[in-house]
Ligand binder design. Structure first.
Ligand SMILES: Cc1ncc(COP(=O)(O)O)c(C=O)c1O
Ligand SMILES: N[C@@H](CCOP(=O)(O)O)C(=O)O
Length: 466
């Protein structure tokens, strides 16, 4: 499998290099040159397989020759052996039609672990025996940071610099990052929003002088391997609910458009997906784009679902590229326009292509709270605010009632105890393995959200290219 940039001017890469690279050299994002096709027999053959075996079958075409099946099995077994549930991503039924896909049983209690536990092992595998030192630069609105840090803390050959927006993540999320004191972990709180942090990270990749000095790599969903690993749980869930004979819809709390783009990839591979529901909070650029073609940024509003307080959704570019005939030049032009004006209109091809598979919804705080209350009292399940946004959208979507709707439960409720308590009246306790989080020592630095301040900080600490 080869990977091409959405902006058409970067070299194509194989899986190993695409994993070690973040943004493409032309500023675009890497996507597979074609979507692997799974027949109904291939999908039916996934029935009864464990999560690890499902993962191997779904990811094998993307990995190509860069790992043998045995190597991939060994990496998946170690990655998913760290999950606290035997099913890795269990399905829980809420009522006749609604299901939760619990993605938060990994070490840092959010769906990011599903991909990042594996990505950390890919890095290790691909770096062993080389003298490459990776400088990972990442931006987080709360969950990617701790999952990435857990995946690489203490590993040789890697430093991680993680930017989070100061004061805009929950205390649990911040402490999950800043109490990891391994010397290769560098937490930076910046003055600004997640979008500012993400823009700084992209600017580092696009800065030829900076990227010539350090071997930069990415753990955000700009890294293709992140999305590849997330495709797996769409297959795993749908097969359990009757695929390939039965269609399934997914409701996905969405911010950077990575998780739901993984669902799009699953559908392109042949999984019978009825709809992908893009559920946003009041930072609703994706809902506006999908419902009216208007992809224009506003100010980011802090909410009780802080991980989704995002206006510039990196992976939307991957979708627009695929829907508009994979024309790298046209995509580069469209993105240049967006980067200068912070606004763009989707083309007709993009709008119509998206409408065939995607629905969208903007969920107000009151409806988010109501979904948390309903889940706790009617379905006996305490959910976090992000999952509640997905569930609120799932419960009011207009679909054939016979189609099961799976809401992706993206975080453990204990990560957001205050918001859960406000909505339901009770706090979700931290699971035992992180129970002492508030006794641990924190370490992080606060910087202005400027390119100069952040790159100077990193340059003083990172290992230059050999
Ligand atoms: C808990 C939680 N839910 C949902 C999302 C949104 O996922 P994505 O950015 O892949 O759209 C995030 C952040 O990415 C998150 O941390
Ligand atoms: N919600 C994310 C934001 C970063 O998204 P990513 O999937 O691109 O890493 C977070 O929790 O950090």
């Amino acid at each position: 499998m080869r990977y091409q940039s959405t902006r058409g001017a970067a070299p194509t890469l194989g899986f190993r290099d695409v994993t070690l690279t973040g943004l493409a050299a032309d500023g675009g994002l890497y996507v597979p040159e074609s979507w692997p096709a799974f027949s109904t027999d291939d999908i039916a053959a996934l029935r009864g397989l464990s999560y690890v075996e499902t993962a191997i079958r779904v990811m094998a075409p993307f990995v190509g020759e860069d790992l043998t099946e045995e190597e991939l099995r060994a990496l998946c077994t170690r990655a998913y052996g760290r999950f606290a549930h035997a099913a890795v991503t269990p399905l829980v039924q809420l009522d006749e039609r609604n299901w939760l896909l619990e993605l938060f049983h990994g070490p840092t209690l959010a769906f990011k672990d599903v991909a990042l536990q594996l990505l950390g092992r890919f890095f290790e595998k691909f770096l062993t025996g080389t003298d490459t030192h990776l400088t990972i630069v990442g931006a987080t609105s709360g969950d990617t940071g701790s999952a990435a840090i857990d995946a690489v803390a203490g590993r040789t050959g890697v430093d991680i610099f993680m930017l989070h927006p100061k004061g805009r993540v929950s205390d649990v999320q911040r402490r999950q990052m800043t109490t990891v004191l391994a010397p290769n972990v560098h937490n930076i709180a910046i003055e600004g929003s997640f979008d500012d942090a993400q823009a700084l990270v992209k600017a580092m990749f696009n800065d030829p002088a900076f990227s010539a000095r350090f071997r930069l790599s990415a753990v955000n969903s700009i890294n293709w391997a992140r999305l590849m690993a997330q495709v797996v749980y769409y297959f795993y869930a749908a097969v359990r609910l009757g695929a390939p004979e039965r269609k399934v819809a997914f409701s996905v709390p969405t911010g950077n458009f990575g998780d739901v783009f993984a669902g799009y990839v699953a559908a392109k591979m042949g999984l019978p997906v009825e709809k992908l529901i893009v559920a946003t909070n009041v930072n609703d650029i994706l809902h506006r784009a999908l419902s009216s073609g208007d992809y224009s940024t506003g100010t980011v509003t802090p909410t009780a679902a802080p991980s989704m307080d995002i206006q510039v959704s990196s992976n939307f570019e991957r979708l627009l590229f695929d829907l508009a005939g994979r024309d790298g030049n046209a995509m580069a032009g469209q993105m240049r326009g967006f980067e200068s004006s912070r606004a763009m209109r989707l083309t007709n091809a993009q709008r119509e292509g998206a409408a065939a598979l995607f629905a969208s919804d903007r969920v107000e705080p009151g409806h988010m709270n109501e979904a948390m209350r309903w889940a706790a009292s009617e379905a006996g399940n305490v959910i976090d605010p992000h999952t509640a946004i997905g569930l609120a959208a799932a419960r009011r979507v207009d679909l054939d009632p016979a189609v099961p709707v799976v809401t992706l439960a993206t975080a453990h409720p204990a990560k957001f105890p205050d918001a859960v308590e406000r909505a339901t009246g009770s706090r979700a306790p931290l699971p035992g393995r992180v129970g002492d989080l508030f006794e641990r020592q924190e370490r992080y630095d606060v910087l202005p959200g400027t390119y100069a301040a952040v790159t100077e900080y990193i340059a003083e600490r990172a290992v230059p290219k050999a």
